[in-house]
Design a protein around this ligand. Structure first.
Ligand code: ADP
Ligand code: ADP
Ligand code: ZN
Length: 214
């Protein structure tokens, strides 16, 4: 099963993608996580990506597309994968379609996690991310068991630099201008499914499983 997660920054794509990956035993591919891992490792790609990420802008398509095509051609993606944070532009979506068409495949679902802008600032200011294992929490709705400490690996959880309110506003603008058009793009392909992302995490997941099949 090959799934795309669509939605604004902070809509809950990552939270849902991780659960989908577990349930259906497919890899979770997050371009944001890949960029952050590169940044942590001090690679050239990481340094370049950071310039854009810190400003709330998208990393250029040239830097993003090859990376994803490489990843989905790996062995563990044979039975499918869930893409989280990619594609984010029409050219990225076209590059993905072209790469899959070449090997006689196509995406199965684009799941749009719908959350209005008003809820996003609150989601993001409360988001805490583990810089070690990538787990994500929320100080109110999805708290860690011990304050400030990752449940999974015991590392500190932090507010991401790009989750400051000013950067979030910019990211929302970028989302509406560059990413939202993908909703129509996948509607036309008849693979778009929408879920109400304002529901509690478990309810959102239940709605997604209903779409994907148990
Ligand atoms: P969120 O989950 O909050 O939407 P991500 O972790 O997906 O954030 O992305 C963080 C940042 O990484 C984005 O604001 C952008 O700068 C960059 N990024 C991630 N994925 C892409 C992509 N597909 N194209 C361009 N930039 C990306
Ligand atoms: P995205 O990957 O779309 O940027 P995340 O999955 O990181 O979004 O979620 C953004 C924030 O909202 C995190 O702090 C997360 O714990 C929290 N969150 C995710 N889903 C829900 C939900 N259904 N209700 C309330 N908070 C949620
Ligand atoms: Zn952790």
């Amino acid at each position: 099963m090959k799934i795309i997660m669509l939605g604004a920054p902070g809509a809950g794509k990552g939270t849902q993608a991780k659960q989908i990956a577990d349930k259906y035993s497919i890899p979770h591919i997050s371009t944001g996580d890949i960029f952050r891992a590169n940044l942590k490792a001090g690679t050239e790609l990481g340094k370049k990506a950071k310039e854009y990420m810190d400003q709330g802008l998208l990393v250029p398509d040239e830097l993003t597309c090859d990376l994803v095509m490489d990843r989905i051609s790996q062995d563990d993606c044979k039975n499918g994968f869930v893409l989280d944070g990619f594609p984010r532009t029409i050219p990225q979506a076209e590059a993905l379609d072209a790469a899959l068409t070449k090997i006689g495949q196509k995406m199965d679902y684009a799941v749009d996690v719908d959350v209005p802008d008003e809820n996003i600032i609150n989601r993001m200011s409360g988001r805490r991310a583990c810089l070690n294992c990538g787990a994500t929490y929320h100080i109110v709705s999805i708290p860690t068991k011990v304050e400030g400490v990752c449940d999974r690996c015991g590392s500190p959880v932090v507010l991401r630099d790009d989750d400051q309110p000013e950067t979030v506003k910019k990211r929302l603008e970028v989302y509406h201008a560059q990413t939202q058009p993908l909703i129509d793009y996948y509607k036309k392909q008849n693979i778009l499914k929408s879920v109400d992302g304002t529901q509690p995490m478990e309810e959102v997941f239940r709605a997604i499983v209903e779409i994907l099949g148990a």
